[in-house]
Design a protein around this ligand. Sequence first.
Ligand SMILES: N[C@@H](CCC(=O)N[C@@H](CS)C(=O)NCC(=O)O)C(=O)O
Length: 210
Amino acid sequence: MRLYVTPASPWVRRVRVTILELGIEDRFEFVQTKWSHKWATRAVEHRPDFLEATPVVRIPALVTAAFTLTDSHSICDYINGELGGFRLLAQEGAPRWRVLADMSVACAIIEAHISRRAELLRSEHERSNDFIGKMRDRELRCFATLEKRVPQFGATFDLAQITIAVACGYESWRYGNEWRGVAPKLAAWYDVVAQRPSMGATEPAETPQA
Ligand SMILES: N[C@@H](CCC(=O)N[C@@H](CS)C(=O)NCC(=O)O)C(=O)O
């Protein structure tokens, strides 16, 4: 299976951490993509196999012998169900919905991260500081909500915890540590899970430039 990646993307990172947590990295060929900083507002050049693989032209994209999955949600779902025996997200029932509830908040943070990043890559005269402020507020509000969930976190580093940890890591990397002030218990939890080999091996780095 071919997985299109970059080291900067939190969506890619949640997939890569999932793969490492399940110990199935030898099942994948990781294909590095390169991005011009113009991606935020323009169609940019890409390698032909990437364009052919996904009409969405976003990462992550997973190409299997049978089909292509074009977002991290379906990829994590596939990996967890088909290759992971539902170890990181239950197939059904209350435990599944609890994990999805926390994961949806973490995904909202990551969506805000990427929207904010795209806005910051615009030229100064195009950029909306109001929009950037709106994304920042959403991130901090969601971190405050996850703070209340920390006592209920289970022992398994499941798909929700993976996504939350990736959201914490990206926030610190791009936007600083203000979130730690609104979510101190979450920050303490993050400092522990950040030591996991899967997190260490996937620390964010700048996207290779096209
Ligand atoms: N909902 C998608 C979002 C994927 C996404 O936005 N990826 C970004 C990189 S972090 C991307 O490829 N952006 C390029 C573009 O929008 O042109 C997922 O879960 O995978």
